[in-house]
Design a protein around this ligand. Sequence first.
Ligand SMILES: CC(C)(COP(=O)(O)OP(=O)(O)OC[C@H]1O[C@@H](n2cnc3c(N)ncnc32)[C@H](O)[C@@H]1OP(=O)(O)O)[C@@H](O)C(=O)NCCC(=O)NCCS
Length: 212
Amino acid sequence: MQEVFVEGGLIRKLWTIEAHAYRDHLLRLDPDSRRSRFGGAVSDEMIRVYTATLKSTDTVIHGFFVDGVMRGAADLRLLSPDEAEAAFSVEKAWQSHGVGSALLERCLLAARNRGVTRLHVCCLSENHRMQQLARKFAAELSFDFGTVIGKVENARPTPLSLMQEIVTDGHSFAAACIDYQSRLMKPPGSGTTTLSTLPPAPPAGTASPTAD
Ligand SMILES: CC(C)(COP(=O)(O)OP(=O)(O)OC[C@H]1O[C@@H](n2cnc3c(N)ncnc32)[C@H](O)[C@@H]1OP(=O)(O)O)[C@@H](O)C(=O)NCCC(=O)NCCS
């Protein structure tokens, strides 16, 4: 079973209507993490443009949420029927606590269930943490100038892997609802719950989860 709760936060898929949460998370990354995430210096404006390209048809974002605020992300972009690119980000205070590993695990399952057999993870050659993380999942790494391209060979989807994703999404959604309600019940001043932290509603009308 995939982990739903990690380090006091919960992992769930992001919905397209929550692109602002992803944008704000990326904008909060400290300079080193931002450089590592994008493989170089990027401006706030570039991050705004990048997150505006979030489309439900070819993107699956998993978010790590603490008190309704997105603190980590796994960004899976489908490139062709069997290839995808993934990128990961965890805010400094939550790094080295297993969040990246849990996000990668969820991302791999989503990739597998969409027929992705080759997953590219690009990172700077000095980014040992990301390389270590990819190696944990048996990545094959090949070096290319200043960047490392990690290729993860993914297994084919099975009825069990599909069921795993459905069940985990259900658990995540239920956990997000309980988390939202418990934050609502906190005394005023002890939390930061606002309407924008409301967990996403199930698929209906225009709202849709990323690439489901
Ligand atoms: C890379 C990143 C996503 C990893 O997330 P994380 O939550 O820190 O990762 P984890 O805690 O799951 O650790 C993964 C592995 O990295 C290694 N690691 C953890 N902390 C480390 C540290 N301080 N130094 C070196 N390696 C470290 C460990 O091998 C660890 O596995 P283990 O705990 O089983 O031994 C995160 O550090 C991050 O956002 N970095 C900035 C952005 C970035 O580099 N993105 C990758 C490019 S796409």
